[in-house]
Design a protein around this ligand. Structure first.
Ligand code: 5GP
Ligand code: ZN
Length: 212
């Protein structure tokens, strides 16, 4: 079933193009998200056959996180290089205090890259999202897509693990369905008006960045 679409990557990472599988070893596979919701959207997949079937909100214990940290760093580093090689900042903005900060890898990663998992994942194999925060992508097509990365539906790396797996129905209602659409750059509230927000996100992006 489609829920196991990520399984081939952990089974046979060598069978993919190097622009799709960007790194692998015996522990993890780092891939580009096929339906990227930001300029750079990566997934870190864990190859361990037991771990891959566990729920990300509870499986990522401090011990497991500790073992993964070097791979998260690698993915963040890749996202930093990928984004900054394609875009430069146009003006001071809430993410970057100055051009220097944009150009400083660690400030960039701190302010503009998010790492975490979905409270209710759609894909069965354990994966961690590592992505720039722009949400400037044609693949971002509806309210659920947007809210799944901008509300607490997205559980950040440093909030993991949770004590228990969140109730899927209640969590989806609260964050994906009932939560207003709020612009990540300026906090403007778009209520339910996704088309308006989508347009606005493109404007925000164009005001903050220019293509290199
Ligand atoms: P989830 O909501 O389960 O946390 O996210 C799963 C992610 O996997 C989504 O962002 C989706 O775009 C991505 N995805 C789904 N199928 C494929 C695929 O076949 N290949 C790749 N590279 N990514 C996929
Ligand atoms: Zn805005």
């Amino acid at each position: 079933s489609w829920k196991f679409a990520l399984e081939p990557y952990i089974k046979n990472p060598g069978g993919f193009e190097s622009d799709e599988v960007i790194f692998y070893d015996d522990k993890v596979v780092i891939i580009r998200d096929k339906f990227a919701k930001s300029v750079c959207h990566l997934l870190v997949l864990i190859r361990d056959p037991q771990l891959t079937r566990q729920h990300p909100t509870t499986a990522l214990t401090l011990k497991v996180q500790n073992d993964l940290d070097q791979y998260i760093d690698r993915a963040q580093d890749y996202a930093y290089k990928d984004f900054t090689s394609r875009y430069k900042p146009l003006k001071l903005d809430p993410f970057f205090g100055s051009d220097d900060e944009f150009n400083d890898k660690y400030s960039f990663i701190d302010s503009f890259i998010q790492v975490g998992v979905h409270s209710v994942p759609s894909m069965a194999n354990l994966h961690i999202h590592v992505m720039t925060k722009d949400l400037n992508s044609d693949r971002l097509k509806n309210k659920k897509h947007y809210n799944s990365f901008t509300t607490d539906f997205f559980v950040n790396w440093d909030k993991l693990p949770l004590d228990q797996v969140p109730d899927p129905k209640a969590t989806e209602e609260q964050y994906l369905k009932n939560h207003d659409l709020i612009c990540q750059y300026c906090s403007q509230n778009f209520s339910n008006k996704f088309a308006k927000l989508r347009q606005h996100l493109t404007q925000e992006f164009d005001q903050h960045f220019r293509a290199v």
